[in-house]
Design a protein around this ligand. Structure first.
Ligand SMILES: C[S@@+](CC[C@H](N)C(=O)[O-])C[C@H]1O[C@@H](n2cnc3c(N)ncnc32)[C@H](O)[C@@H]1O
Length: 309
């Protein structure tokens, strides 16, 4: 089958917005090429990581690629895309590709990679022998976000490892591939609810929980943020989405936490970090820690006692 690849070159802060537009108009898959991440891997990569396969990007801009089936719906999709991109500072190019070329193209760059102190993310098709003390997450993200190498996911994993959620009740909001839910369960959480608005992500999260032998502790559900979740109050909420969504989520995240519970929030571009801090403060949460990587920020907050609603 023939597909049309549409490559949108965009500044880092618009990457999520462009990826969302692709998803909303029915893209069969989205690939994000983030130069900050590639530079980080080329600079800091070890023999185990993807670094040897990568080349430094020519420009500092990110490229978001969407794939569209060349069928009768294509013309309508292109018109909607053109309409949605028209006011954004981006440019786009198209080329025809065969299905095998894009569906698996990213796999050749995706090798076992170490995150935090002792977490290793192992693609399901790669071999890896775990060393003592390592937590190995076996993953096939499919078309869902979250293969572990994106700065925001990596920072969330690092923070999860530090928070050591032994016996914790956890909500993973915007679970994508389920990577953070699986990590929480492997790190000892007793009950994890993984929620995503995207049906494909929910399926990927369920499969990845099974693949890692933690399906008995990870429940993946389709839904909007923390709406209608039945898991009770949590020790830990993780949300790696985007600044606007974290701001919207703040009061509900605070209310979903037990006193003393922690929120790990990421997907926050540096320029929006202050707005997110304000929203989390306004929700009655107390800041504990921040990490930054490239353009991205991850934050840890704690619920002190009663929260404002
Ligand atoms: C950046 S990805 C994070 C994936 C994974 N948790 C990680 O850390 O790599 C954000 C995810 O949030 C999901 N999402 C966006 N808006 C949402 C909403 N309102 N409710 C639930 N999930 C949402 C997206 O579908 C996407 O899978």
């Amino acid at each position: 089958m023939k597909w049309l690849e549409i490559a949108v070159t965009a500044p880092a802060e618009l990457v999520e917005a462009v990826a969302n537009i692709f998803n909303e108009i029915g893209s069969g898959g989205v690939v994000i090429e983030d130069p900050a991440l590639i530079i980080d891997l080329v600079t800091n990569g070890t023999a185990e990581t993807v670094a040897p396969a990568l080349k430094l990007p020519q420009s500092g801009q990110s490229v978001v690629k969407g794939y569209f089936c060349c069928d009768c719906a294509l013309a309508d999709r292109l018109e909607r895309l053109s309409h949605r991109l028209t006011d954004l500072p981006v440019f786009w190019q198209t080329r025809e590709v065969r299905e095998q070329d894009w569906a698996t193209a990213w796999q050749k760059y995706y090798k076992p990679v170490r995150v935090g102190k002792n977490i290793v993310i192992k693609p399901s098709w790669e071999d890896y022998t775990a060393r003592a003390g390592e937590t190995v997450i076996e993953l096939d993200p499919g078309m869902a976000f979250g293969c572990g190498t994106h700065a925001t996911t990596a920072m969330c994993l690092t923070l999860l490892e530090e928070l050591a959620p032994v016996h914790a009740v956890v909500y993973d909001v915007g679970t994508g591939s389920g990577i953070l839910s699986v990590a929480a369960a492997l790190l000892g959480a007793r009950q994890v609810t993984a929620v995503d608005i995207d049906e494909l992500a929910v399926r990927a999260a369920r499969e990845n929980a099974e693949r890692n032998g933690v399906a008995d502790r990870v429940t993946a559900v389709q839904g909007n943020l923390l709406d209608n979740l039945a898991g009770g109050q949590a020790d830990l909420v993780v949300a790696n989405i985007i600044a606007d969504v974290i701001i919207r989520l703040a009061p509900d995240a605070a209310a979903a936490l037990k006193p003393g519970g922690r929120l790990v929030a990421s997907g926050i571009i540096k320029d929006r970090a202050e707005e997110v801090r304000r929203a989390l403060d306004d929700a009655g949460l107390e800041p504990l820690k921040e990490l930054t990587k490239g353009e991205w920020v991850a934050m840890v907050y704690r619920r002190v006692s009663a929260v404002k609603r």
